[in-house]
Design a protein around this ligand. Structure first.
Ligand code: KG4
Ligand code: ZN
Length: 334
């Protein structure tokens, strides 16, 4: 049987398909972003996202198969992996329905994948030599978690955010200072021109005993400070805010790795595309004698290659999912 997995991802506002061999060898990856559709509303509009996925899913899958040199009517693939949750129900349903229909028509197994577990597997695309155990800092638009990954499928939640996710804080601060949507990449770009020493924003819970995070207060501090300093530039505010978030994330991730006694630290999720987070993770890991695994930016934000990688390992460990598997918008992880 072919070791190629067709991955499909439609949990939020990216329609994506990819072909990956043996869980880590990237063959093709196509991501169609809906940013233009949602930008005028300042955030993802679920109804519009679902409709756009319906229009995009077939061409995106065809392009991923075509780029991999595979036949688009009956490709020689071994299985189809698709995100089944968490995410927007109307978006998830499009990918899950398409994936199951293709699996049935082509007579290959269907594998339902947890989107958060998929973010973790992006590190295997970065380096197939990556070995368990590892500490994973998972930072996306909806989640901020530290996961102690002991082996395939064996995860312990070490800590998570008590309120806003890191990506959510980026998006909210960006909106407030007029950088628009999506906020994370806009802050990243603006911060490169800013002075991070202008003001020291609080580092919430950086020294607290456990591994919980909280970003809602930081966002409020930034907004309050910006109101008091109307002349401050968006670039400087971005740099100072970003530095505070990155400091908290990296400090706690390194401490978590130390306490768990693991020497591999991976980052994943959309916020892991952030330049400062990437640089600081690299720098502090080198200082501490830890190995940093940082996926290419394109595999930090939502994509289907990570879904194919996670699906491959799920298949090896648990076998395929039944075709009655549906979308699970609030699917938990771990
Ligand atoms: O993983 P992801 O693509 O989707 C979810 O699963 O949520 O993450 C999206 C989040 C958004 O909040 C976005 O603003 C943030 O990741 N993000 C970034 C950057 N690129 C995306 N945040 C900071 N810097 C970036 N370069
Ligand atoms: Zn994601």
């Amino acid at each position: 049987m072919s070791d190629l997995v067709l991955g499909i991802e439609t949990s939020c506002d990216e329609t994506a398909a990819a072909i990956v061999g043996e869980g880590s060898k990237l063959v093709s990856s196509v991501v169609s972003s809906q940013v233009d559709i949602h930008a005028e509303f300042g955030g993802v509009v679920p109804e519009l996202a679902g409709r756009a996925h319906v229009q995009l899913i077939v061409p995106v899958v065809e392009k991923a198969l075509g780029d991999a040199g595979l036949d688009t009517t009956k490709p020689s693939i071994g299985s189809i992996a698709c995100t089944i949750g968490p995410g927007l129900v109307g978006s998830l349903l499009v990918g899950v329905s398409a994936a199951k229909a293709m699996a049935y028509a082509w007579g290959v197994p269907f594998i339902g994948v947890n989107h958060l577990e998929a973010h973790l597997y992006a590190s295997f695309l970065a380096d197939p030599e990556l070995e368990f155990p590892m500490m994973v800092l998972l930072v996306s638009g909806g989640h901020t978690m530290l996961i102690h990954a002991k082996s395939h499928g064996d995860y312990v939640l070490v800590g998570q955010t008590l309120d806003d996710a890191a990506g959510e804080a980026f998006d909210k601060v960006a909106r407030f200072i007029g950088l628009g949507y999506p906020g994370g990449p806009a802050i990243d770009k603006a911060a490169q021109l800013g002075d991070a020493s202008l003001v020291r924003f609080p580092r919430p819970m950086i020294d607290s005993e456990g591994f919980e995070f909280s970003f809602s207060g930081l966002k409020t501090s930034v907004v309050a400070w910006a109101r008091k300093h109307p002349d401050a530039s968006a670039e400087d505010i971005s740099a100072c805010f970003q530095e505070a978030v990155v400091d908290v994330l990296v400090t706690k991730a390194i401490r978590a790795a130390r306490e768990a006694g693991v020497s591999n630290l991976c980052i994943g999720g959309g916020v892991a595309a952030n330049s400062a987070l990437r640089a600081e993770t690299e720098r502090r890991c080198a200082e501490e004698g830890l190995r940093a695994f940082i996926p290419a930016r394109a595999f930090c934000t939502d994509n289907a290659a990570m879904v194919a990688a996670a699906g491959w390992w799920r298949m090896q460990n648990d076998g395929p999912s039944v075709l009655s598997t549906g979308a699970i918008p609030n699917l938990r992880f771990p």
